[in-house]
Design a protein around this ligand. Structure first.
Ligand code: ATP
Ligand code: MG
Length: 216
């Protein structure tokens, strides 16, 4: 796809609001790079790298990785894709991170997924992921063709330790306290766009309509 400018987009939303699902659809339709901080950290944990060992307990408890660690990591990751259009997912999560990102690369659009909390809590109970690709399945909504297996590779699906009810509660608390101010940060920049809905299928048409209107 020809573009006059490389799109630098961001997706925000509470834990399990469908960021992963919507992101996967966006990168497929618009052929841009998906940069997910959570997927990258889980990959480091899986590979038992130094970073993986350092961040493991934060993830399993549903806490935020310290700003200095995640900023250093994501700045390096974003350097790798600086000449590509990208969609950033999971970063920034604090105003400190948002400021660091803005200094490195001001973003063009921010998509904010707005999903009621009770629906989120219900949803994570049924969530399964394919670790190496980040593909997300929800039993009853987008059920894998074979239960417990990835549609594309046939590999095992896992449930995330931070999808346990206690960790989810913690993540939602942290989201309210730390990440809501990030929404205000982008509201003030005039680039935030809200998308409301109970399911990703409800939200998706609104997102494509908006992205199409940008004439990428
Ligand atoms: P979902 O991907 O379903 O929307 P989520 O937003 O909670 O849920 P991820 O984005 O995958 O999940 O992040 C998982 C965990 O990784 C977080 O709970 C946190 O511990 C860590 N993490 C990811 N990104 C950041 C960040 N920007 N700052 C601090 N910690 C982070
Ligand atoms: Mg995610």
């Amino acid at each position: 796809m020809l573009r006059s400018k490389l799109l630098k987009a961001l997706i925000l939303g509470a834990p399990a609001s469908g960021k992963g699902t919507i992101s996967t659809r966006i990168v497929k339709k618009y052929a841009i790079e998906h940069v997910s901080s959570g997927d990258k950290l889980r990959d480091h944990i899986e590979r038992k790298t130094d970073l993986g060992k350092e961040v493991q307990s934060y993830l399993s408890e549903g806490k935020l990785v310290p700003d200095d660690v995640i900023i250093k990591f994501m700045v390096a990751e974003l350097k790798k894709v600086e000449n590509q259009a990208w969609l950033l997912d999971g970063f920034p999560r604090t105003v400190t991170q948002a400021n660091a990102l803005w200094k490195l690369q001001p973003v063009d659009v921010v998509l904010n997924l707005v999903v009621p909390f009770d629906i989120i809590i219900d949803r994570v109970k049924n969530r399964w992921i394919h670790l190496s690709s980040g593909r997300v399945y929800n039993i009853g909504f987008n059920t894998p063709k074979v239960i417990g297996k990835d549609d594309v590779t046939g590999e095992d699906l896992i449930q995330r330790p931070d999808d346990k009810p206690d960790a989810v509660k913690k993540r939602l608390e942290i989201y309210d306290r730390m990440t809501r101010p990030v929404i205000d940060f982008y509201l003030e920049k005039g680039i935030l766009k809200n998308f409301e809905g109970k399911t990703s299928d409800e939200i998706w048409p609104k997102v494509t309509q908006y992205l199409d209107s940008l004439k990428l």
